[in-house]
Design a protein around this ligand. Structure first.
Ligand code: GLU
Length: 472
């Protein structure tokens, strides 16, 4: 078998969507599991929405997730350049567009630019005017206009009454289209830049891509690509479309229901290895019920498992579960260092280190730290409604008992408080809830005696007294 070569071909339009991360991951694993190559190509030609710096962000993200490309921007390769806007300068797209013209499979579009835009818009809105009147313009006449300085775009000429089809190796079925329903898409724009269709076909062919793996969104473009591969005399790669990722609330995964970009998840304190492990199982299933995979293990298991056909649901709770698992695999030192961006400004490092063992089992993501442990660093804001009716007296007496403790250690503290609760015949739960709120401002904290050991006697007493005062 000739070498397996897959590619990830993002357009730099913004953040890296988790769906795109999955496309990259599956294309990467598909190649790596068969000793093949993974190529990164930036598709920035047909793109009014391209954002400066977005390509660099994509490189950074892929690196964070450990998805290294064998060829592409930054690393080069035999088919460089790998950024389409740079490839335009080599004249490669124009060359193939002209080859199509010569073969009668494309035609010059003589519509004035404003009209062109309207036509494209109409096509996009699916009120498709499939055949453009320009298809009947004589090629010599069009060339004469170009000689006079006019800039003409080039469109695909779609044949009538034919069928195009291919076998989708992911969806595992033959898919076909009647050519009468295929749009005569733009291939080369008046500025000499290719559209997505021409760019993707020419580059997949020249870069010897053996397997195209991409999102289901691109399925409607496939018949156009099939025609282009055929007319340009390029061998057809295997093509596979991944499932759509569904939102638990129904429909496709959407921003309205929460984060969808890798950047957002990372900023929220999800670990790259947890996001990656979660994404592995969104549309791929191992042979057994195993859930935990490193990237290396995923590659080893990839061929034994299968790409799924049914649309998977993006289960955020499951992502939380994975993140918890990976957080708890960290040593305390590693976790303390990961928490650096999540602690209050100027937080004392030694104090952070002390709190890590207390929060480790209790946080789902790094950003939870502030909520759970913020009271170690700043005075809590207390809502008096959180206290029960018995709080005032409990806090005063607790402060008295704790004030007398000579050795500020867990055993002494626990003993002192236990005796007090017994003597006063308080409900243990009620007492500790009031105590917790006075110390932290919250009903949910790390173990409270461990916490006050770290806070120290002075701060503990002052918080109890302040809360008691508030309740006077
Ligand atoms: N440039 C397209 C994108 O932004 C690539 C689609 C494909 O893989 O063919 O996702």
């Amino acid at each position: 078998m000739s070498e397996v070569r897959t590619r990830f071909a993002p357009s730099p339009t913004g953040f890296l969507h988790v769906g795109s991360l999955r496309t990259a991951l599956f294309a990467y694993a598909f190649a790596k599991s068969q000793g093949g190559k993974f190529i990164l190509r930036v598709e920035d030609t047909d793109c009014q929405r391209c954002i400066p710096g977005a390509a660099e962000k994509i490189y950074e993200m892929l690196k964070i997730f450990g998805i290294d490309w064998d060829e592409g921007p930054l690393v080069g390769g035999s088919y460089a350049p790998y950024i389409q806007s740079e490839r335009v300068r080599t004249g490669v797209y124009k060359k193939y567009a002209e080859q199509l013209l010569k073969g009668g499979h494309a035609y010059y579009c003589c519509c004035p630019p404003e009209e062109l835009e309207q036509i494209e818009e109409r096509h996009e809105r699916k009120r498709i005017e499939l055949r453009d009147p320009c298809r009947n313009v004589d090629i010599q006449e069009a060339q004469a206009r170009i000689k006079k300085g006019e800039k003409l775009a080039i469109r695909l000429r779609v044949p009538e009454n034919e069928t195009v089809s291919y076998h989708d190796f992911v969806l595992k079925k033959e898919i076909s289209w009647e050519t009468n329903c295929i749009d005569e898409v733009m291939l080369l724009k008046t500025d000499g830049f290719p559209t997505y269709h021409l760019g993707v076909v020419v580059d997949d062919a020249l870069m010897q891509i053996s397997h195209v793996i991409r999102g289901r969104d691109w399925l409607p473009s496939t018949p156009v690509h099939l025609l282009l591969f055929k007319y340009l005399g390029f061998p057809l790669p295997q093509i596979g479309h991944l499932t759509d990722i569904l939102d638990p609330g129904g429909g496709k995964l959407s921003k309205r229901k929460g984060a969808v970009s890798c950047e957002e998840f990372l900023a929220d304190g999800y670990l790259p290895e947890a996001i990656l492990n979660f994404i592995m199982l969104v549309g791929w299933a191992p042979k057994d019920n195993r859930e935990l995979f490193t990237l290396e293990e995923f590659i080893i298991n990839f061929q034994k498992g299968s790409l799924q056909i049914a649309n998977p649901v993006f289960n955020r709770k499951k992502l939380d579960w994975f993140n918890g698992i990976y957080l708890r695999k960290k040593t305390d030192e590693e976790l303390a260092s990961l928490l650096k961006n999540y602690v209050p400004d100027g937080a004392n490092v030694a104090l952070v280190n002390q709190t890590v063992p207390l929060v480790k089992d209790r946080i789902t993501k790094l950003s939870d730290y502030r909520l759970l442990a913020g009271f170690f660093f700043e005075e809590p804001k207390i809502d008096r409604a959180l206290f029960s009716a018995t709080a005032g007296v409990q806090l005063i007496k607790a402060a008295e008992v704790l004030g007398k403790i000579k050795k500020w250690e867990k055993v002494e503290i626990e003993e002192g408080l236990k005796k007090l609760i017994e003597k006063e015949k308080w409900e243990t739960g009620d007492f500790f809830m009031n105590f917790r709120v006075a110390i932290s401002g919250s009903k949910i904290t790390p173990p409270i005696t461990d916490s006050i050991v770290i806070l120290g006697q002075k701060t503990t007493l002052s918080r109890l007294q302040q809360a008691a005062k508030m309740l006077e």
